[in-house]
Design a protein around this ligand. Structure first.
Ligand code: PEP
Length: 248
């Protein structure tokens, strides 16, 4: 089945009103593929502003994190209802920077994923191995462990997009090769088919993330299990349009 190509832009902790306006206006003004879904994810402080700028049917806005509680004494957190109130349709969860710097383990990621989905926000669920884990030959064990934690909490994966992001490729300029990404994506889909059923697995978009850019995106374009990209650094630059249009 045809899965709609999906490109997420993770601005991380970057940007201000001026730069975000430039990025969104560039996307608004570009000739984008008709059949692509683009989700720009600014810092939470700019969600409202970003939502006010997007004006193309392919574009929507996502948050970079939400908490697993609705409200209460959780200083500094963003709730799912709040980001939804600002117009966010998606949230990135399980990003390696959250796992590493903010000590989010598989269980926390799974709880946040369940909470976001139960409250009507789609989840871009990041998984991926470190360099040491890759060298040890345990990439699949790692991503299956990360997925299993979420499978234990979530039955309906309709509003989940998986981003396979090898940690060693994020922000390093060393992207996985398209062949290697395809191999892992195919294994992830096979695993999902075993756990969730073939139909569900066939429908889930699996993005590649990790130093994807305007120069290398076309090498992934014919890989049948690579359904788009999650893009960090290059989402801040004009080349993001080329990544969005990889299959145009
Ligand atoms: C990311 O932050 O999800 C990411 C893939 O970053 P980069 O594209 O900069 O490697």
């Amino acid at each position: 089945m045809a899965r709609t190509f999906f490109v997420g832009g993770n601005f991380k902790l970057n940007g201000n009103k001026k730069s975000i306006k430039e990025i969104v206006e560039r996307l608004n003004g570009a000739s984008l593929a008709e059949d692509v879904e683009v989700v720009v994810c600014p810092p939470a402080a700019y969600l409202d502003y970003t939502v006010s700028l997007v004006n193309k049917k392919q574009l929507s806005v996502g948050a970079q994190n939400t908490y697993s509680k609705a409200s209460g004494a959780y200083t500094g957190e963003n709730s799912v209802d709040q980001v939804k109130d600002l117009g966010a349709k998606w949230v990135i969860l399980g990003h390696s920077e959250r796992r590493t710097y903010f000590h989010e383990d598989d269980k926390i990621v799974a709880e946040k994923t369940k909470f976001a989905l139960d409250n009507g926000v789609g989840v871009i669920l990041c998984i991926g191995e470190t360099f040491e884990e890759k060298e040890a030959g345990i990439t699949l064990q790692v991503v299956e462990r990360q997925l299993n934690a979420v499978i234990a909490e979530v039955n309906d994966w309709t509003n989940v997009v998986i981003a396979y992001e090898p940690v060693w490729a994020i922000g390093t300029g060393l992207a996985a090769t398209a062949d290697d990404a395809q191999e892992i994506h195919a294994s992830i889909r096979k695993f999902l088919a075993e756990k969730l059923g073939a139909d569900a697995a066939e429908k889930i978009r699996i993005l590649y993330g990790g130093s994807a850019n305007g120069a290398n995106c076309s090498t992934f374009k014919d890989k049948k299990d690579v359904d788009g990209f999650l893009v960090g650094g290059a989402s801040l630059k004009p080349e993001f349009v080329d990544i969005v249009n990889t299959r145009k």
